[in-house]
Design a protein around this ligand. Sequence first.
Ligand SMILES: [Zn+2]
Length: 157
Amino acid sequence: MTGRVILRTDHAAQHPWPDDMFLQGGNRGITFSAAGNYRTAFVEAFPRNPGTFLRGEGATVAEAEDACWAQYEKLTACPAHPDHGPFEARQYTNGAGFCTRCGTWFSKVLPVQPENPDRTPSLMERAFTGDGEALTEVLTAAADVDNLPQAGKESNR
Ligand SMILES: [Zn+2]
């Protein structure tokens, strides 16, 4: 069904998302990136069984929805849809993995593995596990969201 408003935006969905698909978005999201944090409009979708999280970004919520929809189309076009797999863990040890056929990330599709001590944790991971410097970077970026470079405006990603 089209025309329903994406949660936390004033944007009516333009793509035929399933009725039970949870959709949310925003005009003022922040993406934390090793190449530099940036501000972006975003739309997120949460397909279930197996569970995943699709996030599209763009200069506007409409562009972000297009980007999110493109990921959803890739997922539903997978020859192994709706089950997906086989899965590969790549850098994940928490049971999450990527479908080797469509490349989509899924949670809880693989056994949980012991932590790799050489792995570099993400900024958000560090912020939520007590790294004060990482937390300061997250909070500073959130407070300063209007001054961050904007996705889609410059090609500095
Ligand atoms: Zn797949």
